[in-house]
Ligand binder design. Structure first.
Ligand code: PHE
Length: 448
């Protein structure tokens, strides 16, 4: 392989980097509020089923295409079918990466703000703070710059090294905070809401939300796993690595819920209060905890890190595309793409009250997107629709054009046991996965 592209130094390094991509604001910020809006436990159950029945087999497909071609999403498709229109699926991934980064880094900037707020011991005032451009714009810029800094260091030295150290620390912090949250008065009501499914709450829109969350949280549908798979070596085990990533990601999301829901009910907050939920509930929780402000500060530091290992993967997709296809040097590409994403994120960062125009600019109808602000519109367009369309196209491409037979041979390299499940996996990738996502997409958009 071309040494200049870079490769993971170790098996655990890859798992940590891929888990680092998957674990992020999607688990701690998005999962609890989407679960809260969708009735709690029943949503959680469907979510877990989607992660393992749809998300995980799809992840094997992306990883195998990446490793087989050793390329970015556009290059990978080109390597299999030179000059075909399927390349559009790759370009879409590159575009979605920049798009998600542009709003995700805004929220990541808020986590930086809360590190400071915990240190000075002032947990409140979230709504006013995120409306203050002099605060949120620099934080957003800092977050994009941090991302660019790590990505410019390359695969093993940057992405892998950092993920390996910081992910385990984050896990231990979460565990400690759960223990505290469970001791609060009223915690058990939260646990019931979160873990005791009420099947009458399952509606079509709960199913949609669960599928969307599964793809977002596992970083699927935009070729992140094609790109990360391209840095795998031939004897790595795609199956066990993928399973580890899915398990880590799910465990962390479930753990976040074990903090938020007990705390939320103990504090009398409304579980369906939307995207601001975590930023309102968590700081209050820390303020109530003995020595909690220190714990809170460390928690937000680690949440920023978890967000960083995700933004790194978002930036890495477009960056690897430009490096591979235009033979430009990594550092230069990184800073250019980061700048584009920053500019694209300006309306989002101003959309939480700083600019009336962007705060009330509704592009999609309320039946599709709750909030009228630009950030919510971006999150829906790139995070929900973009990833779903991307996943349909990529699974069809891998299943029918590259063929599941060839993909299976690639997966069996390093995972000989895959032979036993390759029949059912092939059916999933060719038929079930694209069909399920397609139906969900059409219903989301109100077409059927
Ligand atoms: N999976 C990340 C999270 O949960 C977000 C993400 C989506 C990252 C798509 C890369 C690609 O925070």
């Amino acid at each position: 392989m071309d040494v200049n592209r870079g490769q993971w130094n170790s098996k655990i390094g890859f798992i940590m980097a891929a888990a680092g991509s998957a674990i992020g604001l999607g688990n701690i910020w998005r999962f609890p509020y989407v679960a809260g809006e969708n009735g709690g436990a029943a949503f959680v159950l469907i979510y877990v089923v989607f992660v393992f029945a749809i998300g995980l087999p799809y992840m094997f497909a992306e990883l195998s295409l990446g490793r087989a071609t050793q390329k970015n999403p556009v290059g990978a498709i080109h390597a299999i079918l030179p000059g075909s229109v399927w390349k559009v699926a790759g370009y879409l991934g590159v575009f979605i990466g920049i798009g998600i980064l542009s709003f995700y880094a805004v929220i990541a900037g808020w986590t930086l703000l809360y590190i400071y707020k915990m240190i000075v011991g002032d947990p409140g005032g979230f709504g006013e703070l995120i409306a203050e451009p002099a605060i949120v714009v620099p934080l957003f810029a800092i977050f994009i710059a941090l991302t660019a800094f790590v990505v410019h260091k390359g695969v093993a030295e940057g992405i892998e090294k950092w993920s390996k150290i910081l992910m385990p620390v984050f896990f231990i912090m979460l565990l400690g905070t759960i223990i505290f949250a469970l001791t609060l008065d009223g915690a058990s009501k939260g646990l019931t809401f979160y873990l005791h499914p009420d099947f009458s709450k399952i509606t079509w829109s709960v199913v949609l939300a669960a599928l969307g969350q599964a793809f977002f949280s596992l970083s699927l549908g935009m070729g992140t796993m094609i790109t990360y798979g391209s840095y795998l070596s031939k004897d790595d085990n795609i199956v066990t690595s993928g399973i580890s990533v899915a398990i880590f990601d799910t465990v962390i999301a479930i753990m976040a819920g074990l903090i938020i829901f007990p705390a939320l009910f103990a504090m009398g907050e409304d579980p369906s209060s939307g995207p601001l939920l975590v930023f309102v509930v968590l700081p209050k929780l820390f303020a109530a905890m003995p020595g909690g402000l220190i714990v809170g500060a460390i928690f937000f530091i680690l949440l920023s890190v978890a967000a960083l290992t995700s933004t790194i993967s978002l930036l890495e997709v477009p960056v690897s595309y430009v490096i591979d296809e235009f033979k430009m040097s990594r550092p230069k590409v990184v800073w250019i793409v980061a700048l584009i994403s920053f500019l694209m994120g300006i309306p989002s960062v101003l959309s939480q009250g700083a600019s009336h125009f962007y705060s009330t600019l509704r592009i999609f109808p309320q039946s599709l997107v709750d909030g009228p602000d630009f950030l919510s519109q971006m999150s829906f367009f790139f995070g929900d629709i973009g990833l779903a369309v991307g996943a349909v196209l990529l699974s069809l491409f891998i299943g029918w054009k590259w063929t599941t037979a060839k993909a299976s041979v690639e997966i069996e390299n390093g995972a000989p046991g895959f032979v036993k499940i390759k029949g059912i996996w092939g059916i999933l990738v060719k038929f079930v996965i694209p069909l399920v996502i397609f139906i969900v997409l059409l219903t989301t958009l109100g077409i059927v």
